[in-house]
Design a protein around this ligand. Sequence first.
Ligand SMILES: Cc1cc2nc3c(=O)[nH]c(=O)nc-3n(C[C@H](O)[C@H](O)[C@H](O)COP(=O)(O)OP(=O)(O)OC[C@H]3O[C@@H](n4cnc5c(N)ncnc54)[C@H](O)[C@@H]3O)c2cc1C
Length: 371
Amino acid sequence: MIQIVDKALCTGCHACMNICPRSCIEMKEDEQGFRYPLVNSSDCIDCGLCEQVCHMTKSDNTSKPTAVYGARNKDLEERMNSSSGGIFALMAKWILEQGGSVYGAAFNRDYEVEHIRVTDKADLHKLQTSKYVQSIIGKTYSEVRNDLLQDKYVLFTGTPCQIAGLKGFLRQEYDKLFCQDIMCHGVPSPKLWKKYLAELKAGDIKSISFRDKAQGWADFHVVIRGEKKTVSDVFNKNTYMRAFLSDASLRPSCYNCHYKNLEYAGDFCLGDFWGIEEFCPEINDNKGVSLLLINTSKGKELLDKVRDNIELKDVPTEAARVKNGAAVNGAAMNEKNTALYNNIDNMTVHRIVEKYIRGSFLNRVKNKLKK
Ligand SMILES: Cc1cc2nc3c(=O)[nH]c(=O)nc-3n(C[C@H](O)[C@H](O)[C@H](O)COP(=O)(O)OP(=O)(O)OC[C@H]3O[C@@H](n4cnc5c(N)ncnc54)[C@H](O)[C@@H]3O)c2cc1C
């Protein structure tokens, strides 16, 4: 039976919960707001399946890119509604056109983030753009297996650990399954996100975008429209994003990530092409370009299906390393993380960020003077 002794070894992928034949594993939120498996031992029959599917115990589940591209969707509207070059939407549409299903992260009614299954193009927008919160996988791995057993095409998208979790759960290859990792910096806790949203006192939330590009891709804004107020902050000035970008709010396993140094679990990976000016400035219009990493022959197969709708520039693998820290190095555990989660129940997110993440006024002045 699965038992979590070291939280840094559990990514919260839900594979164990999905595989359990007795449905006796619950994914329970801890005090930081991250979910971990909890086995109801009186129902457990000790079949060992939960341990077998755990991807954190396997070492041969990654591949490295065979080709790297700067890529942008030729449809400007679709690209503007995406975080970077809008490549996800193109791949997803092809799958839906084959009668398949697409899985990815969406906001639910309460603006929590969870994985959902989409079978209709009209719903694809729900999966577009990055949500900087750990997405709850729920029962989607089981739904993927049902689709595959019905011989449907499936595109499953998520963080590399979510893809590895799915593969661990499935334990066999399927020709019609395509997997897309996002180049992942790490994931903050759903509890922190909920607390931040509540403390904004914006009233009923009408819409949220972590990646509003109205003022440019490079200076993307976090825009939260509420009944009582609208928040629109450039990403690095937003309180919640400051905790995220300074590696203070990530899940413990993100500080122990197996999917760095361009090691991926999926067939292709998408990120922002930061550093584009060095490699293919001719396609940079500040509306978003994706870094597209093709990791397997299936990744290439899917790219070939949609190639006519993409502006593609072949770039060296080095391009993925130059400015994209998330592709190369994992975050290092730090005091800010401890301070943030030690205080999550007794201080506002704003106050925590001002006190422990932004640094004291004196330190900020000292840093400015040093610079
Ligand atoms: C938590 C997180 C951290 C990221 N960190 C980096 C980074 O450091 N560097 C970098 O280059 N790119 C990073 N990205 C990826 C980047 O922001 C874009 O998602 C990527 O460039 C794809 O963009 P797109 O325009 O093709 O499609 P988009 O429409 O933007 O793609 C949306 C895709 O992201 C998936 N997605 C959205 N939110 C989540 C989530 N919470 N969990 C799992 N999957 C999600 C959707 O399922 C869908 O597949 C990160 C994304 C997330 C969600």
